[in-house]
Structure formats: structure tokens, C-alpha cells
Ligand binder design. Structure first.
Ligand code: ZN
Length: 681
């Protein structure tokens, strides 16, 4: 049965502080499928929007609500929904539904709610939260609480180690090193430096620590940041998909070409006579009218099921596409006209020349122009590790959005030909191993990131294993067991040769990446002459257009890229998947969140706890500091971001050449091997 994910409306009265007694009998049920399915269906029926034969699933519970279960002595499990501000639990989806519906219809406000908790006259009072029941013998309950205590002590110990500085010889600094604050204090909990919303500025805190200790290596955790918590929900799933799925498959956040209304039974096909893309009826073997291509953002990927690739084509649910709005216009209503589209009715945006290249500019759908305009945007995702030796540091990230695509660790990406290459077509790919933000000149920079002083330098480099189809650029000496296999997704393009010895890595600036390498079979179904170079023109032309037309770039003379805090920021979106994001999110009150998060974390090491699920904001995180290679960029000429310095990247066309020449082979690999396995097809 096809599944449709039902997005929530913004607002909730949920309270994370309401939870069962802290003992090992209770377990969180995540995902809370029982509630998501029952409430999702009930809500769609209530709205008269439920269609037969379709399974409806809520995308999540309202913020602050968590489903817990507790086993009975006979083995059955009782499930209770915690989070009501009155600190009373719901014992069934049916009882929760009236409250849920009231929240959805009143922006999260429960005043006047008719449910049995808000208005006890309307039903049976569920009573106080259940405590440890007498079903359990004393010995079993004390044994389990003892073991849980043992676990949390062990984790707290590990946490302490992880946050201590690493000495030159790799050993962890002894406790004699004065840390200046309690050892378990993470940079993300340290309120010495806070951003404009009052969230601790973890990067400044880490830099200060690096300065004190000379050397530092720790994982990045920002338990007090809404954005970080939101991201924790997305990343594990993303990394799983990157390893498992083919690279051509659209990902959430990708911008695609798509055809909104393809009549039943019709296909999109190229008319062999004219080369134009038309709607084709295989039954009558007739070409009909022109296919109208729009540009949209994937806000929801296809429903799960990756058994056979064919299933992606026949999937009924398809992708949720939101038309790309104009970043230069405050009217974002366009992005609300979302639709569900079969994957087979979409194409990667980089192939636009093949599909709409022949259509005069003023005859194209307006979203196409909007997608061009955001083609020179970039945002990092999943910052997870900070390490460095003063005055240089690296922040490792799980993924990066560059223009229309998401690139993640493990992907094989295509590289812009290096300056001076003779035939100027793509011949090289990189299997991404790390995505790094490099902070340098920290010693010369002002220690206040919000003043007008000199900022530190920021650069984004992608590290990995390079391969080429040009045999003459490789050497037999570089061949080893580890680099003779074909890179992921790269079969069908000819023979591959390593670009460097196996113990070295290639590092390239992010702007050299054209996009993911699509599997040859997929590319063949989209363009008549599939090759490594397909779409390169389209990407470079779109970036050039953006650098001249995206007002956020144009208003900062000499810049060619816009570095955004998040994907939503890059595309200047008001909502993704119906959820309000960042500056448009009027209900976002970080102070409330921090309070409840602190309550939740009290008395436990962070890793004992799952991050608070389902934080409403989709904004990812705050990029630190300012644009790279530029001291003038800390003006506030644009109102796009407030408080911190601007994040426009200064890459002029000439610099672009320089950057290409900069591409370098890294000889010493100053970090541990990435844990993420690179899957080789
Ligand atoms: Zn209620």
C-alpha cells in the first residue's frame, strides 16, 4: 500500500520535562509508529482528505511529545505518551487525537482544548504518571537500576576523556592540566560565548580551548542548539542511504527538474525527429504536447524500499517537490505549491541544457530562473569533529550542499578539469573521505567574532581518493590492492586509474566539485550520449548566472558564492515540508528550549540520552566567523543574517583559476581514518 507522510502544522505545547521516572523499566519508542499511523489516518479522515488504499503516517509527533513503554510482569507492554504540559500522560492514540487536532488548528495552543486531560469533564481522568509498579520484585528492579548506573558512569568517563586535550604524542592530557572548568563541560554547553539566540557558540569556545592547550581533538556536540538537535535526527538516516543507495537517486534538499502533471499512461520521451522532450503515449505510439519542466526542491524522499531499483521507478508515493522560490523576492508562496512526483518524471538539474536548453528564456517556467539564481550557494551539514594544532583547526562535516546537490562522505564526485588541462572536459573523480572546514590564522584574528576586528580565515576542502580516466596522468607505481577497484558508481565510464599513491589523499576546494557521479545506466536513460562530462556546462553556466544575479552575492562586490548557515538559508526558504524554518519561525523561542533541554540533561552524561526528538526548526547550524580570504566582509550590508559576520565567499573568476591550481595532494594524513566505509561497487 502506498504511504503518504502527513506533515504537521507548526506549533506545539509539548513539554520534554514531562517523562516517566528515571529508571531502566521505561524505554522510549522511536519511531512511535502506533501514534504516527493512527493519528495520521484519523487526522486525514477528519479533514476529509483520506483516500482509500493509501496509508497515512504523521511525519512525527508534535515537539515535546515522546512515547514510552513499560513492560508488565506478564510480558505485555503498556505504552504512554508523555509531554502534556499538565504532566499527565495519554494512554492511547484515540485519547490523544482531540488534543493533537486542537494543537494543529490553533498554532500549538491548547487553550480551549476539549481533550480528556485539558478538560477532565469530557472523559475519564487518566491520573498521575505511572510509577514502578508492584509487578516487579525488589531484586529485579534494584539489579536493573544498578546496571543502568554502571553504564552511565562508564559513559560519563568516556565523555571526560573525549573532551580532554590530546598531547603531541597522542596521549590524553593528564588531570593535572588545568582545564579552567569542570571536565565534563562540553564546548556546546559552555555559555561563555553565545550566538544571537543565546545558544553557546561552540566554535569560539573550541578555538579558545585550542589556544589554551595548543592541540585539541574532540567530537562536536551542541546539546543546547536547536539546530544541532534537529540535525541529529536526519544524519544517521542520510549516511545509511548514502552507503546503500545509488548516487543518481534524488536526496532530500536536491534541486531537480520535474514535470508536474504527466497524464496517466503517458511517459516523458525524446522525439527522435526534433530532439525535444514530449509527453509520449506508448499505447498509440504518439507524441503529444511538450513537457513543462519546473525546478523544485526535494523536501521528502521516496518512501523506504530499496530492494530493486525498479521499485523507485514504479513507486506510487514519489518525491515531494517544492517549487524553488526566488531568493531575491520576499514572496515565498511559490514553495507552498508542492506536489508529489514519480522519480521517473524528474531529472538532475545539471542536465537542464538537454531538457530546456532550446526553450527561450522567457518561455521557461519561472522556477528555472530561480534555481539558476541559487546555484552558487553552499552550506555544510553535520559538523561532528574539531581538531587542530594552534593556530590552525579543522571541523569535519558529514555532508555539504553545493548548488543543486547534496554531497556526502562516501560519494564519488566529478571534478572540474584543472586549469591548463588540454581538452577541458571532466576526466577525474574523487571518492570523498572527509569534508573539512579549515580555520587558519587563528592567532592573528580578533577573539571576538562579532566585532569589526580581523576574522580568521575559513576555507572548505574536500579530501579523498582521486581517480582519472586518463591513463597518462597515473603511474603504475601508484597501483595497489586498495585502489585498483572501480570507484563507487563509476563503472561504465571506461578504465580508471589512481591519481596518487594509495597512502596519500587528494584535497580539492569545494568549488571544483561539479556534482555526484551518476551511475552510467541512469545517465543513459536521461541523455543520448552519456559521458563523464555530461552536465558540466550546465552547472558552470548556472553558477556564473548566480554570481551575477543572486543579490546576496551581487551586493558583496567581488564575491561569487553565498555560504549559508543551512540549506533553508541557502534557498531562502520560509518553510520546508510545511514546517516554518529559522527567521520565519515566529514560534521559535530558544530560551524555552534551552531550559527544557537542560532539565532533560540534568544529572546525566549527554551520550546517555537520545537527543530531544523532533525539534521544529530545520535550520542546521551556525557557520562560524566570516567569509574566507576577506577582511572587508564583516559589513552588515545584507539583512539576511544578523549578529555574526557575513559569510560570502570571495572567489573571483581569477581566484577560481588559482583555486583550481591549488588542488593538492596531501602527503601526511593528520587525522585518523574516517570511520565511514567507502563502498566500492
Ligand atoms: Zn488537550
Amino acid at each position: 500500500m502506498p504511504t503518504v507522510v502527513v506533515p504537521l502544522r507548526p506549533g506545539s505545547d509539548g513539554d520534554y520535562a514531562h517523562k516517566p521516572p528515571d529508571n531502566s523499566i521505561w524505554a522510549i519508542i522511536d519511531p512511535p509508529t502506533l501514534y504516527l499511523e493512527r493519528v495520521g489516518l484519523q487526522w486525514m479522515q477528519d479533514r476529509d482528505e483520506a483516500k482509500p488504499g493509501i496509508k497515512y503516517v504523521l511525519e512525527r509527533l508534535p515537539v515535546g511529545y515522546t512515547l514510552y513503554q513499560r513492560p508488565r510482569a506478564n510480558g505485555t507492554k503498556d505504552k504512554y505518551l508523555f509531554g502534556h504540559p499538565n504532566h499527565k500522560y495519554f494512554d492511547s492514540p484515540n485519547r490523544f487525537f482531540p488534543h493533537f487536532k486542537h494543537l494543529m488548528e490553533n498554532g500549538g495552543n491548547s487553550i480551549g482544548c476539549p481533550c480528556t486531560i485539558c478538560d477532565p469533564r469530557s472523559g475519564v481522568l487518566p491520573g498521575k504518571p505511572p510509577s514502578i509498579s508492584g509487578h516487579f520484585s525488589k531484586s529485579s528492579s534494584s539489579a536493573s537500576s544498578l546496571s543502568s548506573r554502571r553504564i552511565s558512569v562508564a559513559t560519563a568517563f568516556k565523555e571526560t576523556i573525549a573532551t580532554q586535550p590530546v598531547l603531541d604524542n597522542g596521549a590524553v592530557a593528564s588531570a593535572k592540566v588545568p582545564l579552567g572548568r569542570p571536565k565534563v563541560m562540553l564546548a556546546g554547553m559552555d555559555a561563555t560565548h553565545v550566538d544571537e539566540e543565546g545558544t553557546p557558540d561552540i566554535y569560539r569556545n573550541l578555538i579558545d580551548r585550542l589556544k589554551r592547550h595548543g592541540k585539541l581533538d574532540e567530537s562536536i556536540k551542541e546539546p543546547l542548539s536547536l539546530d544541532w538537535r534537529a540535525e541529529q535526527e536526519v544524519i544517521p538516516d542520510l549516511l545509511k542511504k548514502v552507503r546503500r543507495d545509488p548516487q543518481w537517486l534524488p536526496r532530500v534538499g536536491d534541486i531537480l527538474l520535474y514535470v508536474r502533471n504527466v497524464p496517466d499512461g503517458f511517459q516523458i520521451a525524446q522525439d527522435p525527429q526534433t530532439g525535444k522532450c514530449l509527453l509520449y503515449d506508448p499505447q498509440s505510439n504518439n507524441f503529444g504536447e511538450k513537457a513543462v519542466w519546473e525546478a523544485g526542491l526535494v523536501s521528502q524522499a521516496p518512501a523506504e524500499s530499496a530492494e530493486g531499483e525498479d521499485q523507485w521507478y514504479v513507486g506510487q508515493t514519489g518525491l515531494r517537490m517544492e517549487p524553488v522560490p526566488d531568493p531575491n523576492d520576499t514572496d515565498k508562496s511559490l514553495s507552498k505549491r508542492y506536489t508529489y512526483v514519480a522519480v521517473k518524471h524528474t531529472r538532475p538539474f545539471c542536465l537542464w541544457k538537454d531538457y530546456i536548453g532550446y526553450v527561450p528564456r522567457d518561455k521557461r517556467h519561472p522556477t528555472i530562473q530561480n534555481a539558476f539564481t541559487v546555484s552558487a550557494t553552499m552550506s555544510l551539514m553535520g559538523k561532528h569533529r574539531f581538531h587542530g594544532t594552534w593556530p590552525t583547526a579543522y571541523i569535519h562535516c558529514h555532508a555539504i550542499y553545493i548548488g543543486s546537490e547534496l554531497i556526502a562522505v562516501g560519494d564519488t564526485v566529478r571534478l572540474v578539469p584543472k586549469a591548463g588541462d588540454d581538452n577541458n572536459v571532466i576526466t577525474d573523480v574523487l571518492v570523498v573521505k572527509t569534508i573539512r572546514l579549515r580555520l587558519s590564522n587563528l592567532d592573528d584574528a580578533s577573539s571576538n567574532d562579532y566585532d569589526e576586528g580581523r576574522p580568521y580565515n575559513l576555507e572548505i576542502w574536500i579530501y579523498g581518493s582521486g581517480y582519472t580516466v586518463t591513463a597518462s596522468r597515473s603511474s603504475k607505481k601508484w597501483l595497489s590492492e586498495s585502489n585498483t577497484a572501480i570507484p563507487k558508481s563509476a563503472s561504465g565510464y571506461g578504465a580508471w586509474f589512481p591519481l596518487h599513491p594509495p597512502d596519500k589523499e587528494l584535497a580539492v576546494p569545494f568549488s571544483r566539485i561539479i556534482g555526484r557521479l551518476y551511475e552510467h545506466d541512469a545517465l543513459e536513460s536521461w541523455v543520448p550520449d552519456p559521458e563523464l562530462d555530461s552536465g558540466r556546462d550546465g552547472v558552470l553556466d548556472a553558477r556564473h548566472f548566480a554570481s551575477k544575479n543572486d543579490q546576496r552575492i551581487v551586493s558583496n562586490v567581488g564575491t561569487t558564492w553565498f555560504w549559508a548557515d543551512s540549506r533553508a538559508d541557502a534557498l531562502d526558504l520560509q518553510a520546508i515540508n510545511g514546517l516554518d524554518v529559522r527567521k520565519y519561525d515566529v514560534q521559535r523561542d530558544p530560551r524555552d528550549w534551552r531550559k527544557s533541554i537542560k532539565t532533560m540533561e540534568a544529572g546525566a552524561a549527554f551520550s546517555d540520552r537520545k537527543p530531544a526528538p523532533h525539534v521544529r526548526s530545520l535550520r542546521r547550524f551556525l557557520a562560524p566567523g566570516t567569509g574566507m580570504q576577506d577582511e572587508r566582509s564583516n559589513n552588515s550590508s545584507s539583512s539576511m543574517t544578523t549578529g555574526s559576520k557575513r559569510r560570502i565567499i570571495e572567489v573571483s573568476d581569477d581566484d577560481e583559476e588559482d583555486i583550481r591550481r591549488q588542488t593538492r595532494i596531501v602527503t601526511d594524513v593528520p587525522y585518523k581514518r574516517s570511520k565511514i566505509q567507502v563502498v566500492v561497487d
